[in-house]
Design a protein around this ligand. Sequence first.
Ligand code: SAM
Ligand code: DTB
Ligand code: SF4
Length: 389
Amino acid sequence: MAGLLSISEPNANSQTPTNTLNHSANATHDLLAALATDATTVNSNMGVKHSREQIAQLFDLPLMDLLLQAQTVHRQHFTANEVQISTLLSIKTGNCPEDCGYCSQSGHHRDTTNLQAEKRIEVDKVIAAAKRAKASGSSRFCMGAAWKHPSAKDMPYVVELVKEVKALGLETCMTLGMLDTEQAAQLADAGLDYYNHNLDTSRRYYEQVVSTRSYDERLDTITNVRNSGISVCSGNIVGMGESRDDRIDWVHELLKMPKAPESIPVNLLVPIKGTPIGDKVLAEGELSVLEWIRTIAVTRICCPTSYVRLSAGRESLSDAEQALAFMGGANSFFYGDKLLTTGNASQSSDNRLMRELGLTAQFAAPRAPKQVPVMDAMNGHQSQVVLAE
Ligand code: SAM
Ligand code: DTB
Ligand code: SF4
């Protein structure tokens, strides 16, 4: 048994939260027991093959049960209180031919967002930024470009960037739009560690978000990346007006993949004025942050060996909200004052928050496996000791 928490004394008096559906303590008990059995299949990042129904039930758990479960799963697979830190750089900004309804960089919204488009950044400037990222404690450098896909003339440029950033001793990540098999192979040969390509939401809601590409094209690129040997980074955006069902379906999509993504950014929408989705959310109101935290916790339970990353949206969050997200099993975040075009929590506030929460940064170089105590937080007993991956 993979050691999932069991709740032995369901409390019949527990209040049903207003945002959960007919959830009872008995149901919590049954669900956790079922998940504990299923979790025996967790190995080498396959993801736990929960059914859609089980994912829905996880979302419905009382929040404290969900967070406790997620933190317990997290400690079985990772070193407690350790976070992986990445820095992001936009290497080509704006005028993107895609029409993603949330994005400041889409050329379709340029008259309303007034974003200043920029050409590709020169290699030496990217390397200087990577050196600064390393000096400030990042272990991974992520480079993003506002392309539908890289062109043939872009490939030597991105290959050179991968080689030079890797030579600094940093892990590399890129997000450049769609990749065909040949492009994925070229990046793999250059030594690219991760490729980020988000599904963003459910298949059903996707057509409300973007019309210039399909969900299947998104999945095809993820398959090309997976087959090339590059690690997959694929996440979502929470708070675009999608429903709970769409968030459940997005988690289910991850579990339908032959292997869950190694890295899963859970972005909270940054509503950008002048974008269709940003304007709608600004007018109609934002989703509760607790629903984003629930999404993180369910993702952690379903993908126990993946890095779950706090991505866009942190700038607007309080320390306590971020602490709950780490409690829910997030173990990676973007560091630096800027994401691609929007602001991020400042480095000084992140340093202070890490100190206050007792979090330490994971190094890029592989570390020796470590013994980690797994505490049953319900009764304080140390139930087992497992090796972190
Ligand atoms: N063009 C590439 C692509 O779309 O794959 C890479 C860059 S794109 C900006 C990377 C990801 O950033 C998107 O897939 C989306 O999930 C996220 N993102 C973009 N704008 C966002 C926003 N306003 N709020 C939250 N996440 C956002
Ligand atoms: C991801 O999922 N989030 C990052 C990274 N992958 C490339 C991007 C967030 C972008 C937020 C909006 C902006 O700064 O333009
Ligand atoms: Fe282009 Fe990526 Fe923005 Fe979509 S999310 S408009 S593909 S930069």
